[in-house]
Design a protein around this ligand. Structure first.
Ligand code: VGL
Ligand code: ZN
Length: 196
């Protein structure tokens, strides 16, 4: 069967970039490689989805309410905006997650578009069987999105040059990459390695 790919860009938001509330080291370094993938998918007229962490002010995701994270990506704030350098284009579908008061929602598959359509359904409507995933953060939302993608039966390609991790514990990102490989994800290290 023909494999149709989509690009899934995970949480490339100001709060995960240097200067942000939950800055990932070199988080903004994913923008340039992602723009190369974005150009490739745009030129091939393939679907592009961008997830965003989109939290209410009060959520058990945040330290103050029992979670482990500082306040970040609160709906409508600058920190929640997608990095302005990312060239998503007008066709990209933004999907939002983390709106519940009582859930972390790390996975892009928890995200819904402005009409309430979830990522998996959005992909299926387009006939997508393979997702190429990059963004932030390797050890949380990228990992969970890749693992859920595999569970849901998608072929998954991890865009390794276009991810960065939190590494709360040293080595978390490397372990996350291994987990994704063990789950059957493939890896490419640059846009030139990606066969569509
Ligand atoms: C994320 C921690 C908290 C992520 C989101 O996007 O990976 N990490 N919220
Ligand atoms: Zn979050």
């Amino acid at each position: 069967m023909e494999k149709k790919a989509a690009l899934v860009v995970v949480d490339v938001q100001n709060d995960f970039c240097p200067g942000g509330a939950l800055a990932v080291a070199d988080g903004d370094q994913v923008v340039a490689p992602l723009n190369r993938y974005l150009e490739r998918f745009t030129n091939a007229a393939l679907p592009i989805f961008a997830t965003r962490d989109w939290h209410p002010e009060k959520t058990s995701h945040f330290k103050a309410y029992g979670g482990i994270w500082p306040v970040h990506c609160v709906q409508g704030t600058f920190g929640a905006e997608i990095h302005r350098g990312l060239k998503l284009g007008s066709g990209a579908v933004i999907v939002s997650k983390g709106m519940a008061a009582d859930a972390d929602s790390y996975s892009g598959f928890d995200a819904v578009d402005s009409a309430g359509v979830g990522l998996a359904d959005g992909l299926r409507v387009e006939g997508v069987t393979r997702i190429c995933v990059g963004g932030l953060a390797t050890d949380y939302c990228v990992k969970q999105t890749v693992l859920d993608g595999r569970k849901l039966g998608f072929d998954v390609v991890l865009l390794k040059d276009a991810i960065r991790g939190v590494d709360l514990a040293p080595g978390d990102s490397a372990r996350a990459v291994q987990e994704m490989l063990d789950a059957g994800a493939r890896v490419v290290d640059s846009v030139t390695e990606l066969a569509l």
